[in-house]
Structure formats: structure tokens, C-alpha cells
Design a protein. Structure first.
Length: 96
């Protein structure tokens, strides 16, 4: 019950904060970065590739891959293309 109240408090606070256009913009932008990070993590795990192996394939360090997967790094299109290629995929970007 205690965790339920904390969740409700968070959801209420978030709902209130999202009414602020500046906060919503930042929330939406960071959310997209986290979505990309999560997709990289899931694909890497599905392909059974370690962070170190991926880093070597894309010409960076394991710590950079860890930052990417944690959503703590902005992604350039070039880097996303390298990651996709290293994991046997192609990058597709859409405006919707």
C-alpha cells in the first residue's frame, strides 16, 4: 500500500508538471532518447553481443556504449547507423 501511494503521488506530480509546456517539451525529448537507448540495449542483448564487443565494432569504448544504453548520451545519425550495422540492422527514421 505504501508503494501504491508513492506511485500515485508520482503520477499526480507528473501529470501536473506535464501541463507546463517547457517541462513537457523536455520530458518528450528525453523520452525519445530513452526509447532509442532501450532499443539499442534490447537489440544488443537479443544478438548476444556484449557492450565491449559492440564498442569494438563501432569504434568506441564500452563505457560509451553503457552511457548510450542508459540514455545519457545524445545520438548522432552517424552513430546510430554504426550501431544498427554492427547489430545486423538498418536505421530507419520517420517523421510522423
Amino acid at each position: 500500500m505504501k508503494n501504491k501511494n508513492k506511485t500515485n503521488d508520482f503520477e499526480e506530480d507528473l501529470k501536473r508538471e506535464l501541463k507546463n509546456p517547457e517541462f513537457k517539451l523536455m520530458f518528450d525529448e528525453y523520452g525519445k532518447q530513452l526509447e532509442i537507448a532501450y532499443q539499442i540495449l534490447q537489440l544488443r542483448k537479443k544478438k548476444k553481443v556484449s557492450q565491449s564487443q559492440l564498442a569494438k565494432k563501432i569504434g568506441t569504448t564500452q563505457s560509451n556504449v553503457a552511457r548510450m544504453e542508459a540514455g545519457k548520451q545524445n545520438f548522432s545519425t552517424d552513430m546510430l547507423v554504426k550501431v544498427a550495422s554492427a547489430l545486423g540492422k538498418t536505421l530507419e527514421i520517420k517523421f510522423v
